[in-house]
Design a binder for this molecule. Sequence first.
Ligand code: UD1
Ligand code: CA
Length: 459
Amino acid sequence: MVKRYAVILAAGQGTRMKSKLYKVLHPVCGKPMVQHVVDQVSQLRLEKLITVVGFGAEQVKAQIGDKSEFALQEEQLGTAHAVMQAAPYLQDKEGLTLVVCGDTPLITAETMKALLEHHLATCAKATILTAIAENPTGYGRIIRNNNGHVEKIVEHKDATEEERAIKEVNTGTYCFDNQSLFEALTKVSNDNAQKEYYLTDVIEILKAKGEIVSAYQAPSFEETIGVNDRVALSQAEKMMRERINRQHMINGVTIIDPEHTYISPEAEIGRDTVIYPGTVIEGKTVIGEECIIGPHSEIKNCSIGNGTTIRHSVAHDSEIGHNVTIGPFAHIRPSSKIDDEVRIGNFVEIKKSTFGKGSKASHLSYIGDAEVGADVNLGCGSITVNYDGKHKYLTKIEDGAFIGCNANLIAPVTIGKGAYVAAGSTITDDVPGNALSIARARQVNKENYVDRLNAKKKS
Ligand code: UD1
Ligand code: CA
């Protein structure tokens, strides 16, 4: 098999984004653009992947990690100059090299594979991935001769009125014969509107040498969109969202309103789960089968079992079991572990706590740094008092304990198995198993007090 290499261009600042964040790090559906590209390109069985970095090099490298090798482009003199930086890794190699821009987050491995096949089938030295754009403004235009063969690519800024009317654009993805590419790159000049070394000039250079240059049209323009500003970013976001949601629906997930459902590319969702509008599922979240999620819920990096319902709630970095009910208006904060059949009701905040099977906190509670056993009932308004202003302390509530309404459990403290805590108690000491603890002032009724008070007022 012909050896395959790839170069991803990711050194530009992205001036048109008007951002402190380097362009290729802007997220699309929660994942940086360049990471989308790397993840797709990595599916192509490559000998080597080189990412050209420059602006924000350290951040871009940290994002991509060991999936790629890196070449540094110290000055951003154009896309041809960027590819040149990969010469020390590639220039002598025999094989073909795919070049992809780091700002085309929707490009798929499938289309790149089709491009490679077309390239090999046509015995070309260069094959351009083109697309038909409704509005081609900003893109390089594909100039074809009378026979329909590609002659050159003209950048928007350098194009004549007539050329600007052409709707076939350069997507910024190409396949080259590796050695022809690096040889042609040495001949590129910066004699153009932007005073940049354009990679697109390689096409004309190869043509002049009598080499075959071919073009492969992408099945849709959408997939090849280049993100240069925030308008394109929002378009990419919408298209990626549609792609992700569609795949989940095909897999058997019901999404009531896909236009208003935001799912990360890393999320996994089981069959017959129903996602209601306004739901945001971020990071590496795994949701089981037959769950009901939303409306209006935010779930990040959680694993959720089967048959669980989460309505109008927020859950981050936590494990949630099967047949759990959460919300409306609950907040599950990081490092919580909620076992099967637990019920977390409205206005309940859980932080770094475990809940055993079948336990309940149905209304208005704060449970932080707690180990709650199985079948525990936390009454309305139960609070773990876990913080003294300096340190956090643990509350243990053992299996079957019953905590009355409005109890404060001042940590560190343990409530033993099956114990009862009376409503309104402020518990400062451990409660033994099966005990009843009442920690509140006794009630005093002053008979006829109001009559005496009124009599006093009159006299
Ligand atoms: C480029 C193409 C244009 C094509 C469009 C597709 C050129 C000259 N033009 O234009 O024909 O229609 O992509 O989206 O290639 N980069 C570097 N170093 C540089 C300059 C750019 O690494 O010195 C990187 C950028 O980070 C970016 C990519 O190359 O990821 C493309 O650069 P950009 O400036 O966005 O090119 P366009 O003007 O969009
Ligand atoms: Ca671009």
